[in-house]
Design a protein around this ligand. Structure first.
Ligand SMILES: [Zn+2]
Length: 312
């Protein structure tokens, strides 16, 4: 069976035809989102791109991972901070009408955890916590094989647990959120703020400072980079320890650009979490890097269909 996965982003919409048994993306394409052209225009172009991609192919349904708060029953984008005119926008029904297919919509961070469950590091597991460390910090929880989203469907905002009272300002307006310490944006900010104090840091030799520049410098034992790495690890360890105590997950999967730092991030993180959890939780979990990399968005979106229809 083929499924179409649509990863709706602020800049690009990535679309893939996914073999639901193997998790292989057999065809993919991307279009610019061009939000400024209006929501109907975006949906029309998504439909055209899907039709073009699936010419001479068959597929059963479409899954869309969308930013924001989603009414999943009705496929409506209720509110999305970066998509201002998508307020109560019936994305699912509109696309469904254009394609004459079933369309399922889910929040993109939730679709990330679904992608891990069906095709990634959470395969075969029913208790998964997933974090994406990118521009922001997204989160998703699967417990007893159920995606946990709460009464309004907007739960699972793991990036906005407060890990430090009166801490760094977060994009959400609160202070001390995990996102303000562990997103790529925050990591770069932490370096720039200390430029005066550490003018000789290797980090500033680069023209464009990114989270990657900083972790690469940490691998070379750069002092500032190691201070920042420790701060990121500390923030993640506090949050993840909490998630472990609440959900007792088999696995915590970390994706997004920052996760590509690899061992320099994961090794101290696993060690610190094991030091912080209650004795009965020690070594009860794994903390793994997402293996899906740049396909996480499309595979996550395709998994929405599998989870809703619970077909294997
Ligand atoms: Zn926040």
């Amino acid at each position: 069976m083929n499924i179409v996965g649509v990863d709706l982003g602020g800049t690009y919409v990535k679309i893939g035809l996914v073999n639901s048994t193997t998790g292989v993306i057999t065809k993919k394409t991307q279009i610019e989102t061009k939000l400024e052209l209006g929501n109907d225009n975006v949906v029309n172009r998504i439909a055209e791109a899907i039709q073009k991609l699936t010419e001479n192919e068959t597929y059963s349904a479409v899954g869309i991972g969308s930013p924001g708060s989603i009414d999943k029953e009705n496929g409506i984008v209720r509110f999305s901070p970066n998509f201002p005119d998508w307020h109560n926008f019936p994305l699912g029904p509109k696309l469904s009408k254009l394609l004459n297919k079933k369309v399922y919509v889910e929040n993109d961070a939730n679709s990330f955890v679904l992608g891990e469950k069906w095709f990634g590091a959470g395969k075969g597991k029913n208790h998964i916590v997933a974090l994406t460390l990118g521009t922001g910090v997204g989160g998703g929880i699967i417990s007893q094989n159920i995606l946990i989203t709460g009464t309004d469907g907007i739960g699972g905002e793991l990036g906005h647990v407060i890990i430090k009272p009166h801490g760094r300002l977060c994009g959400c307006g609160n202070y001390g959120c995990l996102e303000a310490y562990a997103s790529a944006t925050a990591i770069v900010k932490m370096a720039l703020e200390r430029r005066k104090k550490f003018p000789d840091s290797m980090i500033f030799e680069s023209n464009e400072i990114t989270a990657k520049t900083i972790f690469d410098a940490a691998k070379q034992n750069d002092r500032l980079a190691l201070i920042i790495r420790d701060e990121v690890v500390n923030a993640l360890a506090i949050a993840i320890t909490g998630f472990i105590h609440i959900f007792n997950p088999q696995v915590i999967i970390i994706g997004g650009g920052v996760s590509r730092a690899g061992d320099i991030l994961f090794k101290p993180l696993v060690q610190q979490v094991n030091e912080m959890v209650m004795p009965s939780f020690k070594n009860s979990f794994e903390i793994l890097q997402s293996p899906l990399v740049e396909n996480a968005g499309i595979l996550g979106a395709a998994s929405i269909v599998l989870q809703r229809e619970k077909k294997i």
